[in-house]
Write a protein that binds this ligand. Structure first.
Ligand code: AMP
Length: 559
């Protein structure tokens, strides 16, 4: 057992007996952009706009426009700590907002535009946002929610001068380019307290109302430092980074910050996330590393396969947000020589907690054993600490077998949800992730399930992720989800819900047979149903609760 739980979380500091005498420079988000401008000023940022055209400029241009925007926010009366929201795709104006809002002391509140109107209004009201920046394609949505959001003083269209959408009679609509046009770029970034709130993101909220996670400058900066390291996302100034993961969800896994930290080229794909658009952007701009949830990669891999295409520069795909199916890793590796970097994280973790890379003592292992390790969720970034516990709260051994509740702590892990009392999200100094996992002797995390997705069969737990990964390795399967359905004797048994690959003829018997020898026999699903699509949520993840609802009354075959 690792000595993980011996110290308690330190969330206070005492007055030192002898203070160190180094510069007291707070860790501030504005420093990232200043750094990128000063040392990597000519590196490009390329964005796909809503009309499909490409916009390109440099980190230096970005800094200049961001300072003008910060001035404009001041002119609008935005105060320190005030929440300013965005409903926007990955693009240069969104990037400017990231830095101008947080850098000037206000709180950058990114909102997922794929949520329902009521959920959006709930989030805006909960956060008491004072300004909402939005894309042209979201005009109708804004017109719908505006009357229900009394805290909002102005809505700002992310558009060119003269594009004001008067016709929808949204009160107080401004235009982004007109807003910044009148301001010079001589804004001086304020020296803020590094513990000040910098940004706010609401959890996906698959059950109940979404809850806010309020990041600080310090947590964001430490996460940025840690996430670029070689055994983490391994980013450098030579990279060309394309965050497919949206900037409206957990800060695009911190990539808008880490790209500035290392001085990389940044490629922002906008709303066009289909395989063809991503492929073209990737090839045209020389993307070396990209990041996203597994569903997004399906489209890209399919497009490349159907068109017989290869990649000239793409080297690393960071996959996280849901378990990466081994079959997907294999497709990237064997067809395209692209390394998949499997990462685990969550909104409450800023988001990166673990990343999977090999250690020195693994390098002599046979390739198939290395691949097995690389399929796990990997090891913690320095700063994060983890453990798994049983139902009684006792820590379980690190033996790769015992699976229990995954608990985490660290300087970029949540202490309390927005508006709640300090540390109220913690259990004896640890945050319960809601995931079920095991940890191997050398510290590799393996997520077996979300607690609520575990299939409870005869008092034992069956992890649905393993069952889905096996199904998705079958050549006839496009996507698979496994859920527990009622069984009169065992309480629950696994039901496999499958989307076939176009033209594939795979049937129930062949799929069930495919499990033989790969897992304990009693884990094999009791039945298979074929569907046209799986429900996918606003962040691109398969919605298991929706599937459970759909098959609530499903009767498994007896015998
Ligand atoms: P969110 O806060 O919406 O980003 O969701 C976080 C949740 O996604 C985690 O608690 C996990 O259940 C799941 N998740 C994230 N990354 C992985 C991964 N690599 N493998 C399995 N589940 C993951």
């Amino acid at each position: 057992m690792a000595a993980a739980s011996m110290e308690t979380t330190m969330d206070h500091t005492n007055t030192p007996a002898l203070a160190g005498q180094m510069m007291r420079q707070p860790l501030l988000i504005s420093a990232l952009l200043r750094h990128a401008d000063r040392y990597y000023g000519s590196r490009e940022i390329v964005s796909r706009r809503e009309d499909g055209s490409l916009h390109r400029y440099t980190w230096r241009d970005c800094h200049s426009r961001t300072r003008r925007l910060a001035k404009a926010l001041g002119a609008l009366g935005v105060q320190a700590g005030e929440r300013v929201a965005t409903l926007a795709w990955n693009g240069y104006r969104h990037l400017e907002l990231y830095y101008a809002i947080s850098g000037s002391g206000a709180v950058m509140h990114t909102i997922n535009p794929r949520l329902h109107a009521e959920q959006l209004a709930f989030i805006i009201n909960d956060a008491q946002d004072s300004i909402v920046f939005f894309e042209r394609s979201m005009l109708l949505l804004i017109a719908t929610i505006a009357p229900a959001c009394p805290s909002v003083k102005a809505f700002v269209l992310l558009g060119d001068a003269g594009e004001r959408p008067d016709m929808l009679r949204i009160p107080n609509v401004l235009c982004y380019e007109e807003l910044i046009a009148g301001h010079p770029d001589d804004y001086e970034w304020p020296l803020l307290d590094e513990q000040a709130a910098s940004s706010l993101c609401y959890t996906s909220g698959t059950t109940g109302n979404p809850k806010g996670v309020l990041y600080s400058h310090r947590s964001t900066m430490l996460h940025s430092y840690a996430s670029v390291m070689p055994d983490a996302l391994n980013l450098s100034s030579r990279d060309c980074i394309m965050p497919v993961v949206p900037m409206f969800h957990v800060n695009a896994w911190g990539l808008p910050y880490s790209a500035a930290l290392v001085g990389a080229k940044l490629v922002l794909p906008g709303a066009a996330l289909d395989g063809k658009s991503l492929y073209e952007l990737c090839e045209r701009e020389g993307v070396t590393v990209s990041a996203g949830v597994p569903t997004i990669w399906l489209g890209l891999l399919d497009h490349a396969r159907e068109q017989g295409l290869g990649f000239r520069s793409f080297r690393r795909a960071v996959v996280g947000g849901s378990a990466c199916p081994p079959a997907m890793m294999e497709a990237f590796r064997s067809r395209h020589q692209i390394e998949v970097v499997h990462a685990f994280g969550m909104t409450e973790l800023s988001p990166v907690g673990t990343v999977c890379t090999l250690q020195a003592h693994h390098l002599d292992l046979p390739e198939h054993e290395q691949r097995q390790i690389l399929q796990s969720q990997g090891r913690v970034l320095f700063g994060v600490d983890m453990k798994v516990t049983g139902d009684d709260g006792a820590e379980l051994p690190w033996d790769g077998q015992a699976s229990g509740h995954l608990m985490v702590r660290g300087p970029w892990v949540i202490g309390a949800y927005y508006g709640q009392a300090a540390n109220s999200a913690l259990d004896e100094g640890w945050f319960a992730t809601g995931d079920v996992a095991s940890i191997s002797a050398d510290g590799y995390l393996r997520i077996t399930d979300r607690s609520k997705d575990v299939i409870k069969s005869g008092g034992e737990w069956i992890g649905s992720i393993d069952l889905e990964n096996i199904a998705m390795a079958h050549p006839g399967v496009q996507q698979a989800a496994c859920i527990g359905v009622f069984h009169p004797k065992w309480d629950e048994r696994p039901l496999l819900v499958v989307v076939r690959k176009p033209g594939a003829l795979v049937d129930r018997a062949a799929l069930l047979d495919y499990y033989s020898g790969k897992i304990a026999k009693w884990w094999t699903p009791d039945d298979v149903v074929f569907v046209d699509t799986l429900p996918v949520g606003a962040t691109g993840k398969v919605l298991k609760n929706r599937i459970r609802e759909q098959f609530r009354d499903y009767r498994l075959p007896t015998a």
